[in-house]
Design a protein around this ligand. Structure first.
Ligand code: HPA
Length: 265
């Protein structure tokens, strides 16, 4: 982690927001002015491109005169179950003092009122990964052993996004994100069960990063792009290609929302 902190500190500007871009959302970068970038795989000696659509670069960008860090892609638990990489990455950003984490992802819609291309603000999550990134030694200098998750997704950020969506006439959905380990998609029976538990969307990421951020007191905003209806809800078979296509289609709506949020932060 030291190497990563050193590299982040060598950036020519300092930001207090980190945005993680999910599948198909990499082109958000084009909306910004890139100041400097480096490859995470080189710094951490890991492969970050094992899932198509994720290329693992860290950028310092300028947007509306503000500096922002952008992580293009992420590591998922399905890539290597014992991997603590996302914990290390988020904690490195915590050590350099970020205050806000914006997590974005592609997700399957379980709520029948949703449709592919919708944007859902994450109000809360259900961790079905069967793991927690904070297992193991606690970083006492960052946060407590037992982490309060009663308001994991910042209330004021949610209010702000609601206001912006209204102004932009974006039909923003709200819901509960369920994290599934993957890499197989869910079965229809699993989706029925997650829906009964209260889930609205399902995906394979985000929750670990949010837990690590909350441990360190970083405030979180979570946005899901509903790229498909979850297994069994529609008759269509799921494919990552379709996920990427729909995600890209929702990009301009998503960018408008995010840019306005970052401006008003
Ligand atoms: N399930 C899990 N992860 C996903 C999905 C899904 O339906 N769509 C996009 N990511």
């Amino acid at each position: 982690m030291k190497k990563l902190i050193k590299k982040l500190n060598s950036f020519k500007g300092k930001a207090n927001v980190l945005v993680i871009l999910g599948s198909g959302l990499n082109e958000f970068i084009n909306e910004t002015d890139i100041v400097e970038s480096f490859s995470l795989s080189k710094i951490l000696g890991i492969k970050t491109d094992t899932s198509i659509g994720h290329n693992g670069n860290i950028h310092l960008v300028k947007l509306a005169k503000k500096y922002i860090y952008i992580l293009e892609g992420r590591k998922h638990y399905y890539e290597n179950p014992s991997d603590k990489t996302m914990r290390e990455i988020i904690q490195a950003f915590a050590y350099i003092g970020i205050e806000t984490l914006v997590v974005t992802n592609a997700a399957g819609g379980m709520n029948p009122e949703f449709k592919p291309g919708d944007i859902m603000m994450i109000d809360d999550h259900i961790n079905m990964l069967g793991r927690n990134p904070l297992v193991g030694e606690n970083n006492n200098d960052l946060g407590p052993r037992f982490v309060d998750m009663s308001v994991a997704y910042d209330k004021n950020y949610r209010k702000l996004i609601d206001k912006i969506a209204k102004e932009l006439t974006i039909d923003l959905k709200h819901g509960i994100y369920v994290s599934y380990l993957g890499p197989s998609y869910e079965t229809p029976a699993e989706i029925k069960a997650f829906r009964l538990l209260g889930g609205d969307a399902v995906g394979m990421s985000t929750v670990p990063e949010v837990i690590v951020a909350r441990h360190a007191g970083i405030k979180v905003l979570g946005i899901s792009i509903i790229t498909n209806m979850a297994s069994g809800i529609s008759k269509e078979k799921l494919s990552h290609d379709d996920v990427l296509k729909t995600s890209k289609k929702a990009l301009s709506k998503f960018s408008d929302l995010l840019i306005n949020f970052l401006k008003q932060l």
